[in-house]
Each structure stands twice: as structure tokens, then as C-alpha cells.
Design a binder for this molecule. Structure first.
Ligand code: UD1
Length: 421
């Protein structure tokens, strides 16, 4: 298994290109199930999770061609050969559940394994199932699989989510495009990935209003057609690389980055005394010469502080001049980076969903282990600032969501390399 070795202490200088959003692409790909015509996605990221979704869609009979080295995905679901999403694929990635809504809408039936994915909490899919039930689907859970049927087709309904779920909003949104009548999603997720999906579905002929707000209205249509859609920039990759010059020192231009994608995060970074400026080409981030100031954060659905940037921000705050309070409100088990950061000399106490970080003057390189996707990113960032050598193992977590991390950082002067085997 690959490891990443970081020798800390080198300030960064240069440019990092931000790729297409993994989480947007994982919702856009299943949208291909909704039509017999081709859906082409450009600016796709080249990541393990995208390959997993490709494998899943191919197992259902979707033709998927990765063109231009994987930058362009051409998907065509002329006819489907299966409506079964097998455990062997679904267990690798929770986003596999996103085939459920489109399969039901197109085929009137689906059998989907209950998902696995990152070990960051219980993460049930009850909101997905209840939403589809409100639209007329009949669900049966047997031997780890959801058996769903909508014999007379799905029909429009009012779906009021008790709390915000990105995935459930995406699943219901896709299903509603082909349902009979009007579906109103209340307390819908407002994440940029939802907006990106709605734009793509609209280009395919769907009638959708209100994406990006808490209420989305979908008028079902009889059929959708093909489209070409450019995947939006990855705000989590952007935020992760914004921490790099903040923690290692120096200045980096994040090409394609936009402030509106990471507004709450950028505001907290500035409160920690890191400079963020928006330029025509992207976001420029610079560590001022002074100390990192402690800040408090609390994760929340968009437009709040993203849970997917909590671990990376915590890494920065381990070096702040004082105490920071970090509250995780989305996932109950998302502090798995804490013991690893402690191995590097960080002082963090966790009580329930709150971590109190007491800044130290330096981190020390150590062998550490990645436990989930964003936790792995936080350990690489810690390595950039630590004295000596940090060896991050279980890098496959990192590869699920970050493309060529060692190349992007070393191009800016970081001393980082991947060791195979
Ligand atoms: C998506 C993102 C993930 C991000 C998360 C929150 C993708 C592929 N992944 O995950 O990176 O961390 O949004 O921004 O886009 N929940 C239920 N029942 C459900 C669905 C969710 O209880 O049916 C709970 C979850 O356990 C969690 C919370 O709701 O506590 C939010 O989860 P959700 O927004 O659904 O996350 P995902 O879509 O899985």
C-alpha cells in the first residue's frame, strides 16, 4: 500500500489548479440513468470514487467512456441490463445510493445494497427511502438490500426533510424529474453540488426551480434528453489547499477557486489571520508573518462551515496562539484525526461533539495513519508544517478524493513524495 512522506518546514509558493468537484460528479453521473440519450460531463476529477461510480453504472448497463484521460465522461444508458446495485461495489462508497432514485424513476424498480463508505458515523439512508416512499415507492429491506418498486410509476409529492441531507435531496430531486406531477422538496440542501445537479438536469429538459434555496420545486416531465455539462469546481479540494500556505507559510494561487464556494470557511481563515483575496484567476491565500489566531468553528449545512473541512481547519488551529473550540454537528464520529494529530504533538481534548484545541508552538513529524478521506488530508497538511518527517499510511483514503496531491503540493515547493508498495 502506498504511503506519503512529507518533510515539513518548506514555505509554499506557486499555483494549484482546482479540479471538478468529486461530490458533484458523483451525483451527476447517476443522472445519466434518467435518459436514453448521452450525458457528457466535462471537467471530471480523476479519482477512485469516480471509478467506483463508473463501475456501478457499468454493472447496470450504462456505457461509460472516460475520454481525455478521464477528464471527460461520456455516459449513455440506452437500455439498462440490470436494476441491482451489488454490495461488492456499494460497500466501497456511500454515494452509490444515488442510483436508487433514478433507477426507480426510469425502471419502476431497483434493488440497492445498503451503503458503506467512510467510517465517520452511522450515516443511515432513511431520508432517501422515506422521500421515495412519499412519491409512491414501496420499500422492503431484506438481507442488506433495499428492494424498491413503483409499479405505477413515481408521482409528485411534498417531501419535507426533518434535517438537511445532501444525498437525500439529490436522490429525490433526480427521481422527481420523471415523476407524474409536482414535487416540492422542503428543507432541501443548498450545497453548490445541488445547484450543479439541478443545472445539469435542467439542461436535460427537467423543470426545476429553487435550487440553492431551502425549497425546490420540480414539475415532472415524460422524458429527459442528453446534455453536456461542466462539473463545478471542488470546494473541498479548494478549502484543503487554502490551508496549505496558511500552515506552511508562503502564498499560493488556487486556480479556478471562488470565494462564494467557501465563504464561511474563508471568513474563519481570515479570523485566524490568514489573507484570502479573490482574483480573476482564482483565490490567493497568504500566511501573514504573524501568529495564527485561535478561532471557534461549528460545522453546519451550506452556507455554514463545511464538515468536510473541519479536520483540515483543526490541523491549522493546532498551531494557533491559544485555544480554539471546534464543534462537529453533522457527523457524530468525525474526530478520528485527533489521536493521529496528537501523535504529532497537538493538544486536543474531545468531549462529545466538541474538540478543544490548545495551540502548540510546533508539530513533530511522526508515522500516522489515515482513517477517512478528510482526516487523511489533515495529516498531510500537518506534515507540511511539522518538524522532520511525517509518513502517512493508508493513502487509499486520500486517493478517493484528491487527485495527485503530492504533485500539486510539490509543484509549490513542498517536500512530499509517494512511496509505492
Ligand atoms: C454528502 C457528502 C459528504 C459530506 C456530507 C455533508 C457526497 C458524496 N458526500 O454526504 O462529503 O460530508 O454530504 O455535507 O456528496 N442522514 C440520515 N439519514 C439519511 C441521510 C443522512 O440520518 O437518510 C444523516 C447523516 O448520517 C448525517 C447527516 O444526515 O449525519 C447529513 O448527511 P448527508 O448530508 O446526507 O451526507 P451525504 O449526502 O451522505
Amino acid at each position: 500500500m502506498d504511503r506519503i512522506i512529507v518533510r515539513g518546514g518548506a514555505p509554499l509558493s506557486g499555483r494549484i489548479a482546482i479540479g471538478g468537484a468529486k461530490n458533484a460528479c458523483l451525483a451527476l453521473m447517476p443522472a445519466a440513468l434518467l435518459t436514453e440519450e448521452p450525458l457528457t460531463l466535462t471537467n471530471a476529477p480523476r479519482l477512485a470514487d469516480i471509478r467506483t461510480m463508473t463501475e456501478l453504472l457499468a454493472s447496470l448497463g450504462v456505457e461509460v467512456a472516460a475520454l481525455q484521460g478521464g477528464r471527460v465522461l461520456a455516459l449513455a444508458a440506452h437500455g439498462l441490463s440490470s436494476h441491482l446495485a451489488h454490495y461488492d461495489i456499494v460497500r466501497k462508497m456511500r454515494a452509490s445510493i444515488l442510483v436508487l432514485g433514478p433507477l426507480l424513476a426510469r425502471e419502476g424498480r431497483a434493488v440497492v445494497s445498503l451503503p458503506g463508505g467512510c467510517a465517520i458515523g452511522a450515516r443511515p439512508v432513511d431520508l432517501h427511502l422515506k422521500g421515495l416512499e412519499a412519491m409512491g415507492a414501496v420499500m422492503d429491506l431484506r438481507e442488506g438490500y433495499v428492494h424498491a418498486e413503483a409499479p405505477g410509476g413515481l408521482r409528485g409529492a411534498r417531501v419535507a426533510f426533518p434535517f438537511v441531507s445532501v444525498g437525500a435531496t439529490e436522490n429525490i430531486l433526480m427521481a422527481a424529474t420523471l415523476a407524474k406531477g409536482t414535487t416540492v422538496l422542503e428543507n432541501a440542501a443548498k450545497e453548490p453540488e445541488i445547484v450543479d445537479l439541478a443545472r445539469c438536469l435542467r439542461a436535460m429538459g427537467a423543470h426545476i426551480e429553487g435550487e440553492g434555496t431551502g425549497t425546490i420545486t420540480v414539475e415532472g416531465v415524460d422524458r429527459l434528453g442528453g446534455a453536456t455539462h461542466r462539473v463545478a469546481p471542488d470546494r473541498i479540494e479548494l478549502g484543503t489547499y487554502m490551508i496549505a500556505p496558511a500552515i506552511a507559510g508562503g502564498e499560493v494561487l488556487l486556480e479556478g477557486g471562488r470565494r462564494d464556494l467557501v465563504a464561511a470557511f474563508a471568513e474563519r481563515l481570515e479570523a485566524a489571520d490568514v489573507e484570502v483575496s479573490e482574483e480573476p484567476e482564482g483565490l490567493r491565500v497568504r500566511r501573514k508573518n504573524g501568529v495564527i489566531r485561535p478561532v471557534d468553528i461549528s460545522t453546519a449545512p451550506f452556507p455554514g462551515f463545511p464538515t468536510d473541512l473541519q479536520a483540515q481547519m483543526m490541523t491549522l488551529l493546532t498551531l494557533a496562539d491559544g485555544k480554539s473550540r471546534i464543534e462537529e454537528t453533522i457527523f457524530e464520529n468525525r474526530f478520528m484525526h485527533v489521536p493521529e494529530l496528537a501523535r504529532m504533538g497537538a493538544r486536543i481534548e474531545v468531549e462529545g461533539g466538541v474538540a478543544t484545541v490548545s495551540g502548540v508552538s510546533a508539530l513533530k513529524g511522526a508515522p500516522v495513519m489515515a482513517s477517512d478521506l478528510r482526516a487523511s488530508a489533515s495529516l498531510v497538511l500537518a506534515g507540511l508544517a511539522a518538524e522532520g518527517e511525517t509518513v502517512v499510511s493508508r493513502v487509499y483514503h486520500l486517493d478517493r478524493g484528491y487527485e495527485r496531491v503530492e504533485e500539486k503540493l510539490s509543484a509549490c515547493g513542498a517536500r512530499i513524495e509517494r512511496i509505492g508498495g
